[in-house]
Design a binder for this molecule. Structure first.
Ligand code: AVJ
Length: 338
């Protein structure tokens, strides 16, 4: 464990680094190498979230077609006080916290309920964590921040124990994981939870194809720019030569897997070099290159996935249109927190 001792870091902030840039890079390169050999050929969605990608995603959240962020906020606005009352949480743990403004809704409610003592954001980006830790510590004078620079798929054991904890995983980010990895993550979350702790999960719901496809293929073209930026990043960082003109942006709803498959279709057969991975990727005409999946959920399905790892659904809230859901789950079989 390393504590940060920069002069600018107030004593209520502690930043624990479990991951450095070199670890992050080698894990990502390795994953990219292997996913380019899958069927369909894929690349990890992490490539979408460089600085420009994160700004573009912010823009996506304001698009008329992209309902997810607004729907989740609507639920949080309506239910934050109830979440605070039900969980009585002293610690809010947020996975993949980013810069999330939605966190503030939860923290405000926990502070108003008088239970909040500590905020534990977990994110791979130290920069993002440092900024949000400062902001949160400034806003809540009596709250300690214990930020963890880590990968929530690998470093959950580092989440500090003690007190009632609410572990939040918002934005339907869980939908980026395919079922096997999702099950592993849920199992790790379940293993972290102690009786009295709760898990708050945001999931986007299955709905009609047209609305789903529009959410990922907006008329202003922001999503296309966002996904194409992933290729720009890979070209720069991995010294690849993906040719944007040979790849059509073709996101589609995969009704069998119930996920949005977000990626490209090769307009013609061609070969791409990825120097840094010492790889050559050949794409046939019409072949798919996937950059991200965004799984959508149903209440029964996610309840079953939770039950499979010993978690029990204790609350389920949706927005007025039933587009998105927030759920609470606990480890204890009978109703969870007092
Ligand atoms: C940030 C992963 C929740 O899946 O909706 C938005 C990412 N990709 N448009 C999603 C995304 C294209 C987003 N998540």
């Amino acid at each position: 464990m390393r504590e940060c001792r920069r002069t600018a870091t107030p004593p209520r902030i502690r930043i624990e680094r479990l991951l450095d840039d070199a670890d992050r890079r080698s894990a990502l390169y390795d994953e990219t190498f292997w996913s380019l050999r899958e069927r369909p050929k894929s690349m990890p969605a992490v490539w979408l979230y460089d600085e420009r990608g994160s700004l573009l995603f912010e823009q996506i959240t304001r698009l008329p077609e992209y309902y997810l962020t607004r729907s989740e906020r609507e639920i949080l606005v309506g239910r934050a006080a109830e979440i605070a009352a039900r969980t009585g949480a002293e610690t809010l743990v947020e996975l993949g916290s980013g810069t999330s403004e939605k966190t503030t809704l939860l923290l405000d409610a926990l502070a108003a309920a008088g239970t909040l003592e500590r905020f534990v954001p977990v994110d791979v980006s130290e920069e993002v964590l440092r900024a949000s830790a400062q902001a949160i510590a400034a806003r809540y004078e009596r709250v300690g921040v214990h930020a963890i620079v880590g990968d929530f798929e690998r470093h959950l054991a580092a989440v500090p124990a003690g007190g009632r904890r609410l572990v939040a995983f918002l934005g339907s980010t869980i939908g980026n994981l395919q079922p096997a990895r999702r099950a592993d993550l849920l199992a790790a979350i379940a293993a972290t939870l102690e009786p009295g702790d709760a898990f708050l999960l945001g999931v986007d719901l299955v709905k009609d194809r047209a609305r789903l496809e529009a959410a990922y293929h907006d008329s202003a073209g922001v999503t296309e720019t966002f996904v194409r930026n992933g290729l720009v990043v890979v070209n720069r960082v991995l010294r690849a030569d993906f040719d944007q003109t040979l790849l059509a942006f073709t996101p589609y709803w995969d009704a069998e897997h119930e996920w949005m498959d977000i990626g490209f279709t090769a307009r013609a057969a061609h070969v791409v070099r990825v120097e840094e991975l010492e790889s050559i990727v050949s794409l046939a005409a019409g072949e798919r290159l996937r950059l991200e999946v965004s799984a959508k959920f149903r209440r029964d399905g996610i309840a079953r996935e939770l039950a499979a790892v010993g978690l029990h659904l204790t609350a389920w809230w949706t927005d007025r249109r039933h587009d998105f859901a927030l759920l609470l789950a606990t480890r204890s079989p009978d109703g969870g927190p007092r």
